[in-house]
Design a protein around this ligand. Structure first.
Ligand code: THU
Length: 126
């Protein structure tokens, strides 16, 4: 699966975002080690803290289907800039794909690949 294909899936899923409060739409597409793709969008809530980000939606969908091994995640949003994962999402990404790569795309910045490790150099461990 190419980055362009993964980004396309993230963009399609972004259209399903439920974000009446922030108006920011975010889409993620997660590639498993076996080549399957799980997608996610942000789902907001009137109780703001109950909002779930696109990245965690995708990871939770995959993990709840039994997946454990992931290579890459594409992340796009309705912003013109790259949208980087929040701290909570980074910790969840680090749990399952610390050796993986994030792929970003936006109108002004184009496509960029960043290792998860570079986004969260010191992850919390138990
Ligand atoms: N959001 C994501 O989906 N992913 C992130 O990593 C950062 C933030 C969403 C959550 C909320 O719906 C909106 O962006 C504004 O915070």
């Amino acid at each position: 699966m190419t980055n362009a294909e993964l980004i396309e899936k993230a963009k399609k899923t972004m259209e399903n975002a439920y974000s009446p409060y922030s108006q920011l739409r975010v889409g993620a597409a997660l590639l498993t080690a076996s080549g399957d793709v799980y997608t996610g969008c942000n789902v907001e809530n009137a109780s703001y803290g109950a909002t779930i980000c696109a990245e965690r939606t995708a990871i939770l969908k995959a993990v709840s289907e039994g997946e454990r091994s992931f290579d890459r995640m594409a992340i796009v949003s309705s912003s013109n800039e790259h949208t980087y994962p929040c701290g909570l999402c980074l910790q969840v990404l680090a749990e399952f794909m610390y050796d993986g790569t994030l792929v970003f795309d936006s109108e002004t910045k184009g496509i960029a690949e960043i290792p998860v490790k570079d986004c969260l150099p010191k992850k919390f461990n138990l």
